[in-house]
Write a protein that binds this ligand. Sequence first.
Ligand SMILES: [Zn+2]
Ligand SMILES: [Zn+2]
Length: 245
Amino acid sequence: MTHRSGCLICGAELEYFTEQLSCTCHFCGTTDTANARCAQGHYICEECHRSSANDVIERYCVHSDSLDPATLAATLMHHPSVNMHGPEHHFLVPAVLLAAYCGVKGVAKEEKSALIRTARQRSEDVKGGFCGLHGACGAGIGTGIFISLITGATPLSTRERGMSNRMTAESLLEIAQTGGARCCKRDSFLAILAAVRFVRNELGILLPVGNEIRCTFSELNRECLKEHCRFNGERSIRLCRAGMD
Ligand SMILES: [Zn+2]
Ligand SMILES: [Zn+2]
């Protein structure tokens, strides 16, 4: 179940207080006073609550210290502005990868913020429906944007340009071989795992991903592959078998 009532992050009941408490926003880290938060302590500030999907993705990825791109992605997918399917996933994929990469490499906040901003500009050129209409899923292209940014690739570079294109190719192959109608959740997770594997094998950089990825969006997706999807919440597939080998 995804959380359509209660806390947007974890689904827990909201608690209301008679006095104002100091709360830190889960998405942007701003500290505010509020009289409601969830039983687990999650709070979302007004601005994050009404932000567009790409604004909240940018703000959250710049602010977060998490090194796990899959967990960052799963949290963002629960934000109400992020639709079940939509081109915001084309930015979400490189944004969470850049956040994790910058954390692991100790990249300064200003530089991290600039990288994520550039990823947003580039990903906004990749419109919805690219997977079926142009033969290139935007989540897959998002991994190419990620590699292009961390290697500094341009159309004139050689090795870096090759790596960026190979990254996109590996993601797209994974997405194509999985089959099914488009699912922006599944395809984003597949692309993120392909990128985690790519930077480990090609650059020796380890982006830590939790034990397993369990998607909770099945009932919102008419075309969900259900038990045939490796991320199906009903199944518990160890990540080492789901894409890390
Ligand atoms: Zn919560
Ligand atoms: Zn906020």
